[in-house]
Design a protein around this ligand. Structure first.
Ligand SMILES: Nc1ncnc2c1ncn2[C@@H]1O[C@H](COP(=O)(O)OP(=O)(O)O)[C@@H](O)[C@H]1O
Ligand SMILES: [Mg+2]
Length: 405
């Protein structure tokens, strides 16, 4: 079982020390970090997605903490909020529950009481995990022009389960044109209406492509991109993840806050790489950023795009340089790809026999066939669970591949 992860916030070191000691001495809890300044807290909770945040109410005016808890509850519905205080008046407890806290921990800590709070947090996390059934697969590259949008649209079109393609290139999105769609609404409308979204409103904001693929388009006007903030991304993906089995994200090539919010939430990140020096260098850089962001190794995988036997690069050497297995090789075929993009018709649908189609469908199959019973933790990478890093042959048996030299 995964340990419960905690972040704490409080000014009085006495309370924090007591909570820290209790967490450290429990085998099923891990303290990720503690704060005495609330300003950084929200961003870090969104990024780290702990099981719970413990907020110590130790000021004269709890309204400030209540406002923060409301924000936390809205932005991170998957995180349990627990308040703790030495002087727990009924008004304080009521106020904290109304702002969105799930539990109240009376200080000084009583061992039985603390165990109950851990039990209830565990139950909450289990319920959240069972509700969140959508796989989030992010297509990313550290360098523009690597084929992220082409790959993401075709991967989404190759899925056989209900799927939404989310175009997160907020200023320059072209997923709609790759799919031959003319959306009326976009993610900006989704964000504007976020407090009143229900199934029918959500469906009306998506643009249907086929019976199992819809698009959540990038803003139709570039200036609307400013209205979409990182905390909205968390909310949007959460709402869609509850309703669709798979979300495919077409991401920008930078580590801006919106992109990082999306990467944080992804179960799998497929990093598209072209086999040229800038492509390999940017991939290496991106993998280092993922490590610094604290992502488990099973979460990200490298897919070569525009692969050709004529490229004078040894795949084994690239793998050794990146310290990563390459899990896919999407062939280079400029004519077919340009034609499909210009016509707005995914290649996986118009040319089922092409090598590009076969490879993208193979990758789509890995994504779809990953089983929750194999990978019970929602954060666990599906590709990782199927093809462990330490297996000698991955999904691609390099020894069986023709040497591209
Ligand atoms: N497998 C491929 N073979 C040939 N050309 C490709 C392939 N994948 C992408 N391209 C070309 O690369 C260009 C950039 O693709 P795009 O998906 O827009 O990249 P990104 O979203 O990473 O910027 C496209 O014009 C397309 O023609
Ligand atoms: Mg793109």
């Amino acid at each position: 079982m995964q340990p419960l992860t905690f972040i704490t916030l409080g000014r009085k070191s006495e309370a924090l020390k007591e909570i820290r000691d209790a967490l450290v001495s429990s085998a099923r809890a891990r303290l990720l970090t503690d704060y005495n300044d609330p300003d950084q807290l929200l961003a870090d909770v969104i990024r780290l997605r702990p099981s719970a945040v413990i907020v110590v109410l130790d000021g004269d005016n709890p309204e400030r903490e209540f406002a923060l808890i409301k924000q936390l509850a809205a932005a991170c519905p998957e995180t349990a909020i627990i308040n703790a205080a030495y002087n727990a008046s009924p008004a304080l407890i009521l106020g904290s529950m109304r702002s969105g806290a799930r539990e109240f921990l009376q200080l000084p800590i009583n061992a039985d009481e603390f165990k109950t709070v851990l039990d209830r947090t565990q139950e909450f996390i289990a319920t959240v995990a069972s509700k969140r059934n959508g796989r989030i697969v992010a297509a990313f590259s550290g360098k523009g022009g690597s084929g992220v949008s082409f790959f993401a649209t075709n991967l989404a079109a190759a899925m056989t389960v209900p799927t939404v393609l989310v175009d997160l290139n907020l200023q320059t999105g072209d997923a709609a044109s790759f799919l031959g769609l003319e959306p009326k609404y976009s993610i900006a409308d989704f964000v504007r209406n976020r407090t009143r979204l229900d199934d029918s409103l959500i469906n009306s904001l998506l643009t249907p492509h086929s019976s199992h693929l819809s698009l959540l388009a990038a803003p139709l006007e570039a200036h609307e991109a400013e209205d979409v903030r990182p905390e909205h991304i968390t909310e949007v993906l959460h709402l869609l993840g509850q309703r669709f089995q798979c979300l495919v994200l077409d991401l920008q090539h930078t580590f801006d806050p919106v992109t990082v919010a999306a990467l944080d939430l992804a179960d799998d990140i497929l990093v598209l790489m072209t086999l040229d020096i800038p492509g390999i260098r940017n991939t290496k850089r991106a993998l280092k950023v993922f490590e610094r962001l604290g992502y488990p190794h099973t979460k990200f995988r490298v897919v070569v795009n525009r692969w050709s036997k004529n490229i004078d690069v040894k795949l084994q050497k690239v793998e050794a340089h990146l310290d990563e297995q390459l899990i896919g090789l999407v062939p280079n075929d400029y004519g077919k790809v340009m034609n499909s993009i210009n016509l707005g018709r995914p290649l996986v649908q118009t040319d089922p026999a092409s090598k590009i189609t076969l490879e993208i469908k193979r990758i789509a199959g890995m994504v779809e066939n990953s089983d929750d019973t194999v990978s019970p933790h929602p954060r666990k990478g599906l590709l990782g669970s199927m093809f462990g890093r330490h297996r000698s042959t991955g999904p691609l048996d390099l020894s069986a591949m023709p040497d591209p030299v």
